[in-house]
Design a protein around this ligand. Sequence first.
Ligand code: FPP
Length: 619
Amino acid sequence: MRRTTTRSGTRPGTRSGRELSALDAAYDECRRLVRTTRPTEYALMQLMPPVARPVSWALYAAFAFADDLLDRSAEAPEERGRLLREWRAALEADLASGTSDDPVRLALTDAVWHWGLDLGDLLDALDAVQRDDDRESVATWAEWRERAHAQNMSWPEQLMRMLVRVGLPVPVRLRDLPGFTRFVEGLFLTDMLRDLPEDLDGGHVWFPTEVLDRFQVTRAELLAREWTPAVRRLVAHLADQAREWLEDSRRALRNTLPLGPAIVLDSAVALFGAELDAFVRAGSAALHRQVRVPRHIEWRILGPARARAAVVWRLTLPPGRDAAAEASRTAAHRPAGVSGDDSAPALPAGPERHTTRIAEPPLPPRPHRDGARPPAIAEAHLPQHVAIVMDGNGRWATGLGLPRDEGHRAGAVALRDVVQGALEIGLAHLTVYAFSTENWKRSPDEVSKLFAIMRAELLDGELLDHDVRLRWVGSPDGLPEDVVEVLRAQEHATRNRTGLTLNVCVNYGGRAELARAGASLARAALAGEVDPARVSEQLFAAHLPHHALPDVDLLWRTSGEIRTSNFLPWHAHYAELHFTDQPWPDVDRRDLWEAVVAYTHRKRRKGAASAPAPAEGTE
Ligand code: FPP
């Protein structure tokens, strides 16, 4: 396989034969490392399209190498730490220079350069692995989760980034998908159970102290590999827990992922589930040696998955991008912040890279996943402005046993689909209630996660890839600076779009808005610019902070609550109200269409004896 260069000072395609064969050998070494040390993960990587496999070996090998280095029992702990620090420093230098004399680092460097992967994110994840070496134990599940996320979110996201580069419509911000964090936790716990013998050899017990205490098991007992009834109950509980998380994530992600990644996810849940079964069946032996899934079970899962994946990738990959890595590895990108070859286009560093990531020209609306087509509604009958209270995220998540922020992640995904549906019917204005001034009463943790989700959605989500002009409605008071920055930057970047105007209400309160208009009028009156006797509705509206917002024709609230909650009191004064029972994360564009069709049947009399013209609705 011929590979283009990533080396500083040389143009893509001009690497010498010797360098190319070194690179091939480097990818092969990563493949060998993953196949021999993580056969299950290797089998899952083989379900990816061929073009993605070398990158996945390189990404995973780097983490496996770091992890295994820390698990080595032959060296003293300080020595292991020193070796990893040196390896990490060498990797950073290699990433900057574009080449390496170490095979794993060379392959990773090539992958990073070639596909424009996020260098900072990868190094952070390696740092999280390194931090494990500096600690003795983990106290709580919360701390354990943090560790799971810090180490395991980056590499699958980098892989998605690479798939986007070859033209596959996959989500990049996996961490924002409902259930993905659960998947990572299930995976991490399964891996921990699988690695238990090595961890015990190295003197580590990584299960949180709180679960050991609950089952009255001491670290010393585990390290001595005593198979007491309490230890038996503990490991059975942990295996059940991992299985439950994996299944939860499969349920939550089922309707979100495109077919290809969904096949990989389903197979992962089935394979890791089989590992957990084998682990529990092995009893005390699982403390002494790694347990493997019987071959025939592996084949039963992987055989059909391989066949389905091959068909799906063939159908979804753009022509010419599937045959081999070589074909698609022509547009080399240098990772952010790396100096070197001026002939290769550098990705701008930091936030600028994100805030300017606006598709030009914008993409057409993405069709509905099941092929649902929009109703044909004459423009004259369409509401001009639909406003939505996206309610029920928290209840949706709690009902599935997930943390509330997973509900907001799922809510953001639902919003994506509804926006596609709004574009398809040609709606002019859609306003969504994303964060009210009352929402500050929530826990700081939920609030900051919600802001992180919004921010990520506006930066990396698909919303602004389409003909969507973003407008922010709300006040900057008290909002984190980075949220204000993103809202303003994306408003600016989309200002010339002519399709749907998406008004996002963030830190918005209806009464506060009216009070601000009142204050502005009072100031104008005091300055002699306004005669109080001549204050009309039009003049008042002109003093509203968001006076360009048209009146709301249809106000829709999900999740069974029948109130408007301080949402657009001025603009929605004559809105038709529509209430539905399903929580927001269960909504998709078809629900918007239903709401709009229902609107077309309403008689809009506006105080007159009869409606001006019967709304004939759908054509
Ligand atoms: C109400 O559900 C929902 C919110 C407060 C947040 C909605 C935000 C999103 C869907 C993300 C939007 C993203 C962008 C880019 C605008 P709740 O938590 O009050 O649900 P509950 O009533 O069940 O507790």
